[in-house]
Design a protein around this ligand. Structure first.
Ligand SMILES: [Zn+2]
Length: 340
């Protein structure tokens, strides 16, 4: 019989003590010796707001560094939240992948890795694996809920939605869905068998912690109004979790969708210029034209009319003009029947 290995400790540490009350501002110190920082650390800013006793919420933004809506909303809360209104603790990390946000990159410039495909991570791996390991082994065990804010980044634009995972434990699925409803986005994207088990969502499910993500637009910038919606949604989640000593008005019930087949979505069949006709946030029918693929290097060539392979709801559209064969042009989801 092989002996169980003791858990390997994180090589990262925070410059603040999360057990202390009040407002603290510091860094997760990511020590990765490279040409730019040979002996110091790459800072990942972290803020703790701890009021009277209560639950703990972890807010993450910038897991991908070209998604700006989440960091903006979390920075607003750091500026505007009043400790006197808090029952419990909020740990706010505006840019979990801070080195990536600094250069507006989806993946880390330190090792080219995607943080949302790096869980459960590795304390002895590269900087992205070390960061994922810290989140899953140091932060998740001390929190009661997690919210991870994403958007379509430079590559795509999403209909604003909250994402909730279906988990093995029905109670955790229900808690995820309740939190997603509390966020108040018009749409909820249910994650099931197609979700990647190396994501923040999957890590939270492994840890048994209720969690939602959100997709908040994208296109490599911030659409006016979306950070307002996110800020209000986060306050509504805090109220739902019992963290906020004031009420936030509820919203209308959301629409629930799920990606049930990768083959409902539309991909570029060739390299070319995509003359897009449909935006995220719309119901479409099978056979409906999504756009035309044109060929700037061969103007005499007839354009390809690209149509949706199946009916559904366009959850996201690609944000690129010139596309390559295999690029996602439209992510198509299906409505979830009532009662899941
Ligand atoms: Zn993302």
């Amino acid at each position: 019989m092989t002996q169980a290995q003791p858990p390997r400790p994180s090589r990262l540490c925070a410059s603040i003590n999360l057990d202390l009350p009040g407002k603290q501002v510091g860094d997760i110190m990511l020590r990765w010796s490279d040409n730019s920082v040979p002996l110091g650390y790459h800072p990942v800013p972290i803020v703790s707001l701890r009021g009277s006793d209560g639950p703990t919420l972890l807010l993450l933004g910038g897991t991908h560094g070209d998604e700006f809506e989440g960091p903006a909303a979390i920075l607003r809360l750091i500026e505007r939240l009043d400790l006197a209104d808090l029952t419990g603790q909020i740990i706010l990390i505006p840019a979990l992948n801070a080195p990536a946000l600094a250069v507006s990159s989806r993946v880390s410039p330190l090792d080219g890795q995607n943080l949302n495909r790096a869980f459960p991570g590795d304390p002895d791996g590269g900087p992205t694996a070390m960061l994922a390991h810290y989140v899953e082994t140091v932060l998740f065990p001390r929190v009661d809920a997690v919210i991870d804010l994403h958007s379509g980044g430079k590559a795509s634009v999403f209909a604003p939605c909250a994402l909730a995972s279906r988990c093995v434990e029905a109670t955790l699925t229900a808690a995820n869905l309740d939190l997603a409803c509390a966020f108040g986005a018009p749409l909820i994207w249910m994650l099931g068998a197609h979700n990647d088990n190396r994501s923040v969502n999957a890590a939270a499910a492994r840890s048994g912690v209720p969690m939602i993500a959100a997709e908040l637009g994208g296109g490599g910038n911030i659409t006016p109004g979306i950070v307002d919606m996110t800020e209000t949604g986060l306050l509504r989640c805090m109220s739902h979790l019992g963290l906020l000593n004031k009420t936030v008005p509820p919203l209308a019930p959301p629409q629930l969708v799920e990606v049930t087949s990768a083959f409902d979505s539309l991909y570029a069949p060739a390299n070319g210029l995509f003359d897009r006709q449909v935006s995220a946030g719309r119901e479409v029918k099978a056979g409906e034209v999504a756009g035309h693929l044109r060929f700037p290097d061969d103007p005499a060539r007839t354009a390809l009319d690209l149509s949706f392979p199946n009916s559904g709801f366009v959850l996201a559209h690609g944000n690129r003009g010139m596309v390559r064969r295999g690029d996602l042009l439209a992510l198509v989801a299906q409505n979830v029947p009532e009662g899941l």
